[in-house]
Design a protein around this ligand. Sequence first.
Ligand SMILES: [Fe+2]
Length: 280
Amino acid sequence: MLTPVHFFSHGSTMMLGEESTSASYWKSCGDEALKNGIKGVIVMGAHWDCYGDQIQVSTNAQPGKSPVAYVHPEKYVDYALNPDIPTAQRVISMLAAAGFNASGNESFDWIHDVYLILIRMFPAQCPPTTIVSLNARYDPHFHLKVGSTLRSLRGEGYLLIGTGGAVHNLYRNRWAPMLRFRDNFAQETPPEAWALEFRQSVEDVLLKTSGPALRRAMTRLMKHPHYRDAHATDDHFMAAMFVAGAAGDAQDEGSRAVLGAETWELTNMCNSQFTIHSAV
Ligand SMILES: [Fe+2]
């Protein structure tokens, strides 16, 4: 039995401070993970990328937290992070053996794309966690291969998470209600057609394909006619590639995926939360 793989859309920073069905779902996934006795979390986010052909893994034993706007500090400053240095070293070795230019980073401070999710999933205590960077060339196949390289860790009880966004274009969000009234969920008008179309395509890929077909379909989404509207930059969609790699092996064929929750924010940002369960 392999652990499930999550593709979480972390949305704006206010998803940390405000309640939502997504926040409840993250908590239920954390509860499930603890019940199953996970060994640790291995996560690829959206806010840390490396130049050239590099990929890095956080080896900072005492990381700080980058501050988050629009959230009261009491929601995150005292949460103790729990970097898993032995697993980080192991992940570096696995990535290097697969041909990646992988190295440790001893000075990286954690960012809210990762710790927002950890606080929501595991409010009582952060499990041992390993953070893998993106590569700034944003090659979907590169990030898919990172996921496939680490897939075997699912069999050892590690929980693999990609935290990015299903529809996440900061340039197309309607920020006024959040900036003026701290209301990120205002939705004064319906989402625009391109956002609805791309959101549906992401759901279709995750829920209607599995195994290698999931990998092909996920990378193909970057050729979707509305992809560039949904993602002005590629950073928040690489985690989806990581997830497809981690849960898209031939042995994953027939795996069941669920859309566990979905929260629209800022009119056009769709925070869909997906889980792909083990096929066996
Ligand atoms: Fe983000």
